[in-house]
Design a binder for this molecule. Structure first.
Ligand code: NA7
Length: 533
């Protein structure tokens, strides 16, 4: 990189999703020069890319929103209990305009490398358009579910029809009217998309490797009176969310499932099923830690699936047998009901996987399914994928890929040893995907901004976690997970969906305790970090 052409910034932010947008606003407020790079042609991150039919947030709209601006809170009107992808994308764009963020965001630009220069103590960041900048701080707001996973099925290139991944759905939409559609995967994206695609397609084949639990979302228009009431004291509305284990107001029950009678358990599950949404997993305090307790919730949901699905053989194939919520639980609108349609076929590929994609469709064993369109709802290389795509090099040329070859290692999910002044927003080792993402993002960005202020006031320029702090944190993250049922499942939380990925439970369990820990670290003069000039 020729010295003369390198522009210098105080901070480079990678990604213009909710993390990048807020980081820009906050750091600009500190008088810092910031440049944000975004690979997409618009802001919004996850909500820019995931435009598949039915895409919707399963955290309630009033809670899945920024809290940093009371004016923004008051003026933005949510229309549904759970906001749809187009509405969330409009919100992200509104934020970008309202806070005049666009002038510091370079769209259509992917960062290819970020290399720490030990001499200058700065990060040299290079984009795919060949340009480079340097910055004191490098903030990776690259998202937890941004690196798409398209399984390497032989023959995909020979397929005569169209194929799309839910995570890069064309902005102009896809005409599925009258088409023979196949969807691969039954995770959260598929469970949202399947009922809508079924309405459009001539016939829909669902290729299911593992059945999933799903709870009716009970979405609907948001009562304007309720919204006004929330806005009259938004802070009070947010409080129970901020105090909840997942940053969500699950009204968690402190009672243990096995202390309740079967009748009491049934009543509780029925109530939460009727209320809709993911709060069912907060029905009892031990659902995520006791197999016996979890079995009672699992059996309840399996009973519901049997009730909803008319054909007992199809219902049987749709019954999950792993613990509830061990994989990311789903919220749906008419998912299981969709299997009662004559134009929807469930193809169980648990024993006989997809062998190949043929010019005409999908072959499973000796059966070929002829299709016009294949939808890959096959998920993401979660948490680390979007970081690993970038050539990140820290001290002594150590690459992040080398350092994390056995799984991600961070201190607080914010920093990693050997990579000074590099921060990850909702990185592995932080509550991230097991928290309400927007408050989790705000908490991370606020922590980082406060840290920059602290350093500036003291004439410090370099911050790096210590090895001891990082090792202890990684152990702690694992200990928390090991007390639960989470590590027992082949979920993307443990990287099991990506062949060859090390099996490590990546998020940190326990949002409010985590926030307290971060505050404690600051109160103890950045305990576990080394700060220097
Ligand atoms: P998920 O939850 O990772 O789901 C991906 C689905 O694709 C899941 O059912 C997988 O089955 C299936 N899959 C993945 N690879 C294959 C292959 N090779 N063959 C057949 N089936 C496969 O991704 P989503 O996009 O639905 O959701 C991601 C998150 O976004 C979600 O959790 C929310 O947080 C929002 P498997 O279960 O691995 O057997």
């Amino acid at each position: 990189m020729a010295e003369a052409t390198v522009r210098g910034f105080d901070a480079v932010v990678v990604g213009a999703g909710f993390g990048g947008l807020y980081a820009l606003w906050r750091l600009r407020g500190l008088g810092m020069s910031v440049r944000v790079y975004e690979g997409g042609s618009g802001v919004g991150g996850t909500w820019f890319w995931n435009r598949y039919p039915g895409a919707r947030c399963d955290v309630e709209s009033l809670a899945y929103s920024y809290s940093f601006s009371p004016e923004l809170e008051q003026e933005w009107v949510w229309t549904e209990r759970y906001a749809s992808q187009p509405e969330i994308l409009r919100y992200a764009n509104h934020v970008a305009d309202r806070f005049d963020l666009r002038r510091d965001i370079q769209l259509n630009t992917r960062i290819e490398s970020a290399i720490f220069d030990e001499q200058s103590g700065r990060w040299n960041v290079r984009a795919d358009d060949g340009t480079g900048v340097s910055a004191q701080y490098c903030i990776m707001a690259t998202g937890c579910l941004s690196s798409r996973n398209t399984p390497d099925f032989p023959g995909l290139e020979t397929f005569r029809g169209a194929h799309h991944h839910t995570g890069s759905w064309p902005a102009e939409g896809v005409d599925l009217e009258g088409k023979r559609v196949g969807i691969i995967g039954t995770g959260s994206s598929a469970i949202q998309a399947i009922p809508i695609i079924a309405e459009q397609a001539e016939h829909l084949h669902v290729f299911q490797r593992t059945p999933n639990y799903s709870i009716p979302a009970r979405n609907g228009p948001l009562d304007p009176g309720f919204q006004e009431k929330v806005k009259a004291d938004y802070e009070a509305f947010r409080q129970p969310f901020l105090g909840g284990m997942f940053g969500l107001d699950f009204s968690p029950h402190d009672r243990l499932a096995m202390d309740a009678t079967p009748g009491e358990r049934r009543e509780m599950y029925e109530r939460r099923w009727a209320e809709g949404g993911l709060a069912l997993i907060g029905s009892f305090a031990d659902l995520l830690s006791s197999q016996e307790a979890n079995d009672t919730a699992a059996e309840f949901i399996r009973g519901k699936i049997r009730e909803i699905v008319d054909d007992p053989e199809v219902a049987e194939k749709l019954l999950p047998d792993s613990p509830v919520a061990c994989k990311r639980p789903c919220a749906d609108t008419g998912y299981f009901e969709t299997y009662n349609r004559p134009d929807v076929t469930l193809v169980d590929i648990s024993d006989t996987p997809i062998d190949e994609i043929t010019p005409a469709g999908v072959r499973v064993g000796d059966r070929e399914y002829e299709l016009d369109t294949i939808v890959f709802a096959t998920g993401f290389d979660a948490m680390t994928g979007s970081l690993m795509r970038i050539d990140i090099r820290g001290r002594a040329g150590l690459t992040l890929a080398e350092k994390w070859s056995g799984g991600p290692r961070t201190y607080l999910g914010l920093c990693t040893v050997g990579f000074p002044n590099l921060f990850t927003i909702t990185g592995p080792g932080s509550p991230s995907v097991l928290a309400n993402m927007i408050p989790a993002i705000e908490q991370h960005v606020d922590w980082i901004a406060d840290c920059f202020m602290h350093m500036r006031e003291r004439g410090l320029s370099v911050i790096e976690a210590t090895r001891e702090a990082e090792d202890a944190w990684v152990d702690h993250v694992n200990e928390r997970a090991d007390r639960t049922l989470y590590p027992s499942c082949n979920s993307w939380y443990v990287g099991a969906n990506i062949p060859g990925k090390p099996r490590v439970f990546m998020p940190y369990l326990g949002f409010p305790a985590y926030v307290e820990r971060c505050e404690e670290v600051v109160a103890r003069e950045y305990e576990g970090f080394e700060l220097s000039a």
